[in-house]
Ligand binder design. Structure first.
Ligand SMILES: Nc1nc2c(c(=O)[nH]1)N[C@H]1C(S)=C(S)[C@@H](COP(=O)(O)OP(=O)(O)OC[C@H]3O[C@@H](n4cnc5c(N)ncnc54)[C@H](O)[C@@H]3O)O[C@H]1N2
Ligand code: MOO
Length: 394
């Protein structure tokens, strides 16, 4: 029986990164990946400005303190600035441009605050002044190509003068759930919203095409429409050994399709292959088991790495130390778990194999390797985040 790693390699075989890029306004770029480095056209800060409310002066006028200086002007953020007259002080507000000639800002707290102002403490030249470009210089790379854009990067890109960015095309994922019980409404189709959300969290555009009925021809028609509109298709259900297992019935024996058990629990029945669209694109198809926890776990194990490959970004397993020992079996076991103190992860008690309630209470799935032994506390074990956050970089 193939292992999780062997099945992942089968799913990823022949998958190439998508080449296209598109230009989008910054306001629509959250979660997108930059196609190329963005070079700053504006410096950050854009001009020398005061970091404190206080008085802009020349250190040459502060040789002996305390010293009283007449106040020759007031400047606030957004004001036009005039040069500082020698032997005077300018009242300056945080964010205001520093008057040419001033080389230090003395905070109000170190002065009497009136006119003439008595300055009681000196500071080194440059103190409390944020220089133009000290954060990002014009011409410097502000955000590297490949980086995924989160709130702070959108702010930085705005500060360096970008209003739109060239981003990589997002992989388009189609979900085709199957099952007469879903079509008939006896069971709500919970796999579709879960997998659409998981795909979007992984940076894909996701569309639901199901539920498709347990009739091979009608299923194949939905599958073909999904493939025309997508870069990868995921089906759920219909792949075990039952009389109505439509996905397997429709695709088994087709060139390049594989169905079989994988050494994991839940999620033993698996399958994958590819379709060729009318315009000659090869669209990978991953056929997931229907049981909701098995479908979601399999999506994280196989489809997220596939989406990463299509997006041209690396996928690497994430590990965390066990907060408590777990018992391994002869197959990889996926356990609903939560991060506890110090980045450790503990399996949630009451694991009953297929509980959606337990899965919803978890923030991760532990991927317990098939060692057949007790895995002691502290052992690093692969974890699949159920609420993926933005990766730190690239
Ligand atoms: N004789 C065997 N029977 C089964 C085997 C086996 O190896 N031999 N494997 C079992 C395992 S493990 C699993 S998991 C399931 C997977 O079966 P399918 O992928 O064919 O899934 P279905 O039979 O279509 O559905 C299973 C279960 O999940 C419910 N379901 C399906 N889709 C959805 C959905 N979109 N939203 C909510 N719930 C869904 C469905 O109603 C069934 O209850 O097979 C075992 N059997
Ligand atoms: O995939 Mo099944 O979920 O092992 O019962």
């Amino acid at each position: 029986m193939p292992s999780v790693a062997e099945h992942r390699a089968r799913v990823l075989a022949g998958v190439e990164p998508l080449a296209g890029t598109e230009t989008v306004p910054l306001v629509a770029a959250l979660g997108r990946r930059l196609a190329a480095d963005v070079v700053a056209t504006l410096a950050v800060p854009p001009f020398d400005h005061s970091a404190m409310d206080g008085f802009a002066v020349r250190t040459a006028d502060l040789v002996e303190v305390p010293v009283a200086l007449p106040v020759s002007g007031v400047v606030a953020a957004g004001d036009e600035v005039v040069p500082l007259k020698e032997g005077t002080a300018v009242r300056i507000m945080t964010g205001a441009e520093v008057p040419p000639g001033a080389d230090v800002v003395i905070p109000f707290e170190w002065t009497t605050g009136d006119d003439p102002v008595r300055i009681e403490r000196v500071a080194a030249p440059g103190r409390h002044i944020r220089r133009a470009g000290e954060d990002v210089a014009a011409g410097e790379v502000a955000v590297v190509g490949g980086a995924r854009l989160g709130p702070a990067r959108l702010g930085l890109l705005t500060s360096v003068g970008a209003t739109e960015v060239e981003v990589r095309v997002r992989p388009r994922l189609a979900v085709v759930s199957t099952g007469a019980e879903l079509v008939g409404g006896q069971v709500p189709d919970s796999n579709t919203p879960t997998l659409l959300a998981a795909a979007r969290a992984a940076g894909a555009d996701a569309t639901g095409f199901g539920p498709a009925p347990d009739d091979p021809d009608r299923f194949l028609a939905v599958l073909a429409a999904a493939a025309e509109a997508a870069d990868v298709v995921v089906t759920t259900g219909g792949i075990s050994a039952g009389d109505h297992d439509v996905v397997k019935a429709a695709l088994r024996g087709r060139d390049g399709f594989w169905f079989g058990p994988v050494a994991m629990k839940p999620g033993r029945p698996q399958g994958c292959g590819a379709l060729v669209t009318g315009d000659g694109r090869r669209v990978p198809v991953v056929t997931l088991p229907g049981t909701p926890i098995a479908a979601y776990a399999s999506f994280l194990l196989y489809v997220v790495p596939l989406l990463r490959t299509l997006a041209g970004t690396a996928w690497e397993p994430v590990t965390a130390p066990l907060a408590e020992a777990v018992t391994a079996s002869d197959r990889t076991v996926l356990l609903p778990a939560r991060h506890v103190e110090n980045g450790r992860v503990a399996a949630l008690p009451g694991h009953a194999g297929h509980s959606q309630r337990l899965l919803a209470a978890a923030d991760a799935l532990l991927v317990v390797p098939p060692t057949g032994r007790l895995v002691p506390e502290g052992t690093p074990v692969e974890v699949l985040a159920l609420h993926p956050e933005e990766e730190p970089h690239g």
